[in-house]
Write a protein that binds this ligand. Structure first.
Ligand code: ATP
Length: 497
């Protein structure tokens, strides 16, 4: 077969495909949607669940010192005071008075720096980034506004520089608990899942008799009132995080930081993301709680962007919780310190965090799988679109088709489905010509299509078609389970990590 890769995919193609084939829908679409909120459809939820399962297994099954929890979204309000979110989880925002549009001041300046760099003036781009960093560090909002004006930055919609003041905008959503107004108190929707792990550190350590180093993993929703929410599921106001906090002895954190950084990169490669589309981005400017930080970036259609963050968070969080809660967050380490010949004793552990957005990972995997090829030659040439998902991630593992809707073929197909469905997600398809049925499955990434024909009735064999090559082979029905099972197995993915 002669195949050529079609031109690069745009985000618009991805959004359209995700919607048309039941992966991602805009939230409450019948009311024209809600900005930066999305729903996963019948195929999307399967793909996302498969990614979450793989992450969960990679964390809690491949490491005997990592356990999972599931903490609540609501937490005591002091949690967010301790974590620093009440005081400093802000983005600087600026409005254009003519277009009435709101922007992140730092992003406007970053785009300008990028512009200089793209035009070859790297030094000017860097100088602008340095100045931005300095102003942000000093929380100088007037300085940011002046810089935007001095750089001649105009609103892309109105074309004017009629900017408002720059104001800090806290990204946490808040609501009230309590039924009576007077009793009500302010409560936040968690902006990260990590704090649910920190406040349970001692519960897990004591009840699980965990010995340092050990980790606690969690998958759950997080909420951020993002000012500029675009780029589809890349930046949402309600999203899902998969986070792990790994508690270590102070002084050993860099070793663990490096180990986890490498393990997480391997994970992304094992789920099918190619090495050339992944890279590390080391943070020069560190968050208040970190002493080292790196992002794993993926090449989305709009460029390399953060997909996962790995942070060495020191003892910042546990220490703050200890201060505010007045409850000791210490661990007694009875291993012997060779330097002193005595046990290491009591200390607040240091923490290495790995934090990946389930939705960003989903988007990365989806963009990477979206394939358009021109196949055939001359008159026969046509375009083929399919989702080249790792079979372990595919929403449907196999579709079973009777060649025709009569002569006992549908019944035979049903029998095959019954024999497979306790093991994998298989579906039955009899509408339209067989070619169309193959196309429909290609579009949702089904790795195998099984066709039942007249020969099946005679010798209990079927044809099985591979999505990526479109090649078909004939195999006995009794071999189907093992044949498909091997290809779609999550164990095989985990073995590569
Ligand atoms: P960004 O700089 O893109 O806003 P961040 O550095 O604030 O991200 P973290 O706080 O480190 O992100 O969160 C960890 C992970 O959670 C990110 O790597 C990303 O995958 C995911 N994430 C964060 N914010 C969002 C969002 N608004 N929508 C979807 N996923 C998100």
């Amino acid at each position: 077969m002669n195949t050529t890769q079609a031109p690069a995919t745009s985000l618009q193609d991805i959004i359209a495909h995700a919607k048309e084939y039941g992966f991602v829908f805009p939230s409450s679409e019948i009311y024209d949607g809600l900005q930066a909120v999305y729903d996963y459809g019948q195929n999307g939820v399967e793909l996302k669940n498969n990614l979450k399962t793989l992450w969960w297994k990679a964390m809690t099954q491949l490491h005997d010192n990592v356990v999972g929890i599931d903490a609540s979204i609501f937490m005591h309000p002091l949690t967010w005071k301790a974590s620093g979110h009440v005081d400093s989880f802000n983005d600087p925002m600026i409005d254009n008075r003519d277009s009435k549009k709101r922007y992140r001041a730092d992003q406007l300046l970053e785009l300008k720096a990028e512009e200089y760099e793209k035009a070859g003036d790297v030094a000017r781009g860097q100088a602008l980034r340095d100045e931005l960093g300095r102003l942000q560090g000093a929380e100088d909002m007037d300085g940011l506004r002046n810089l935007i004006i001095a750089e001649g930055i105009k609103d892309p919609i109105s074309g004017t520089d009629n900017w408002t003041e720059v104001r800090q905008f806290n990204l946490m959503f808040s609501t009230q608990v309590g039924s009576v107004a007077e009793d009500a108190s302010l409560i936040y929707l968690r902006p990260e899942t990590a704090q649910g792990i920190f406040v349970n550190f001692l519960n897990v350590q004591k009840t699980g008799r965990m010995k340092i180093p050990f980790g606690i993993a969690q998958i759950g929703k997080a909420f951020r009132n993002e000012i500029v929410a675009r780029q589809f599921t890349f930046r949402m106001r309600e999203f899902e995080q998969m986070e792990m906090q790994f508690f270590v002895r102070p002084g050993t954190e860099m070793e663990w930081y490096e180990r986890w950084r490498d393990a997480r990169l391997k994970f992304h490669q094992a789920v099918g993301l190619p090495a050339e589309k992944l890279k590390f981005h080391i943070h020069e400017k560190l968050a208040h709680y970190a002493n080292a930080a790196v992002d794993i970036e993926f090449q989305f259609p709009f460029g390399f962007r953060e997909m996962e963050g790995i942070h060495s968070r020191t003892d910042f969080d546990l220490k703050s919780h200890q201060e505010l809660s007045k409850k000791k967050q210490q661990y007694f380490d009875n291993d012997i310190d060779e330097a002193t010949g005595k046990p290491y004793g009591n200390y607040i552990p240091y923490v290495v965090e790995t934090s990946v957005g389930a939705d960003r990972l989903f988007l990365a995997v989806f963009c990477n799988a979206f394939t358009k090829e021109t196949v055939g030659e001359g008159e026969q040439q046509k375009e083929r679109t399919y989702l080249k998902l790792h079979p372990a991630l595919a929403p449907v593992k196999a579709a079973v088709f009777p060649l025709v809707r009569k002569d006992g073929l549908p019944e035979k197909a049903e029998e095959i489905i019954k024999s497979l469905r306790s093991e994998f997600r298989v579906i039955y398809e009899e509408r339209d010509a067989i070619g169309k049925r193959y196309t429909r499955q290609d579009l949702i990434g089904t790795p195998f299509c099984i066709a039942v024909d007249y020969q099946t009735l005679e010798d209990d064999t079927v044809t099985i078609r591979h999505r990526d090559t479109t090649e078909q082979i004939r195999i006995p029905i009794r071999d189907l389970k093992a044949y498909i099972g091997q290809e779609v197995s999550m164990e095989r993915v985990l073995e590569q990590m």
